[in-house]
Design a protein around this ligand. Structure first.
Ligand SMILES: Nc1ncnc2c1ncn2[C@@H]1O[C@H](COP(=O)(O)OP(=O)(O)OP(=O)(O)O)[C@@H](O)[C@H]1O
Length: 385
């Protein structure tokens, strides 16, 4: 979909920002460009929408050399999201989002209807946030509007330059997760610039690790973490690769323990029987639809009444598919020995609990799987060579 062929960019003052770069991004693939400040990531990105022209080499988009495409026409095919979102301050959020389709000739009412859909898609309520002005939003919400606006013309390609760089780490992780969910629905071809290796690892189908103007390794996240191609890459991804792996390993259903379960309308006598049958000190409490309600400690079940009267609300839970890192952070934050895990679709159906021991097993599983994957790649390369 996007193909760089021996692309070099030399600025007028002699700086070589990008040096003989060749790589390809497949349709629907999300590639993160990661590297230290000044290594040429932004230059690479801006050559794709012709904000910067290469000094040598060529760039193809869907097989077509972009040097022959009118830049304005080219940019209609490419959504662009940057850190300083650049929303129009005197237009509402809804009108900001509708701007591009409207400029492209879509009727105003239709453009606004589409904008409302897009706001919803990025997790903003069009009724609540649509009529506001950009200054009435949080930084994270403004970034979402930036993403919605870039998607408004439904371009096949998205360029994202540190889009979540200006928000705090918690909001950032939230935006990353939402963006991944969104991408699984819209399937754009994405080039995503970041200087944060964790972000690159979490989001990328593949990662391009930049050295000075060149790509040192272009590979799947597990391979970059598990088998850095050069000492430079090893240094850049850092010594705490095991920790980073936590952020790329999702919680799976098979990682979960099944504690005793009681329902809100059960009597405490029923709860006591169930707890003592399993020798457990607490049980998970579900409602009629088997959705997570909370938990009940064993000592509470010695009283009279129903579970409903003594159940405690759950403070810490996560959807299946969240990263082990989130699970670990949640355990620490709530000083919890376990956390409940629910359905990914957000309905709240209870699936099981994750304990520190099971978290450790999941991490081991991920490391072992990577070991196998990496050695398979090495074998394949040897056969080809
Ligand atoms: N217009 C310009 N004229 C001269 N040199 C430039 C120009 N724009 C960028 N550079 C230089 O080119 C190199 C690559 O810059 P680029 O902005 O692509 O890096 P980057 O990896 O995106 O960095 P950062 O993470 O800091 O944004 C840097 O050395 C930069 O100083």
């Amino acid at each position: 979909m996007i193909r760089f062929e021996h692309v070099t960019k030399r600025y007028a003052d002699g700086t070589t920002a990008v040096d003989d770069l060749s790589f390809e991004v497949a349709a629907g693939e999300l590639v993160t460009l990661v590297g230290p400040s000044g290594c040429g990531k932004t230059t690479t990105m801006k050559m794709v929408n012709r904000l910067i022209e290469p000094s040598a080499g060529r760039i193809l988009l869907g097989g077509e050399d972009i040097a022959g495409v009118d830049p304005v026409e080219l940019r209609r095919r490419i959504g662009y999201v940057i850190q300083q979102v650049g929303l129009f301050p005197h237009r509402t959020v809804l009108d900001n989002t509708a701007t591009v389709p409207h400029l492209l000739g879509v009727k105003r009412a239709q453009a606004r209807a589409r904008a409302a859909e897009l706001l919803d898609l990025v997790g903003l309520d069009p009724k609540v946030h649509g009529p506001r002005y950009p200054e009435q939003l949080s930084g994270g919400q403004r970034q979402r509007v930036g993403v919605a606006r870039a998607l408004a013309a439904d371009p096949p390609v998205l360029l994202m330059d540190e889009p979540f760089g200006a928000v705090d780490p918690v909001v950032r992780e939230h935006l990353q997760n939402e963006f991944l969910k969104l991408q699984s629905q819209v399937n754009k071809t994405v080039l995503f610039v970041t200087h944060d290796i964790e972000e690159a690892v979490r989001l990328g189908d593949r990662i391009a690790v930049y050295g000075q103007g060149r790509i040192e390794q272009f590979d799947a996240p597990a391979a970059v973490l598990g088998a850095p191609a050069t000492p430079y890459v090893a240094d850049f991804v850092g010594a705490d690769r095991g920790l980073k792996r936590l952020s790329v390993t999702p919680i799976e259903e098979s990682d979960l323990d099944q504690p005793p379960v009681v329902h809100l309308d059960d009597s405490l006598a029923t709860a006591t029987r169930r707890l003592s049958a399993e020798g457990a000190r607490w049980a998970v409490v579900l409602d009629r639809e088997d959705n997570l309600h909370g938990w009940i400690p064993a000592d509470a079940t010695e009283r009279a009444g129903t579970v409903r009267e003594h159940a405690r609300r759950m403070e810490a839970w996560l959807p299946v598919g969240a990263s082990l890192k989130q699970a670990f952070a949640t355990m620490l934050q709530h000083d919890a020995g376990w956390i409940a895990v629910i359905d990914e679709d957000g309905e709240g159906r209870f699936l099981g609990v994750l304990t520190p021991a099971r978290l450790h097993e999941a991490l081991r599983r991920s490391i072992d799987a990577d070991g196998r994957k990496v050695s398979r790649t090495e074998v394949a390369v040897e056969t080809v060579g």
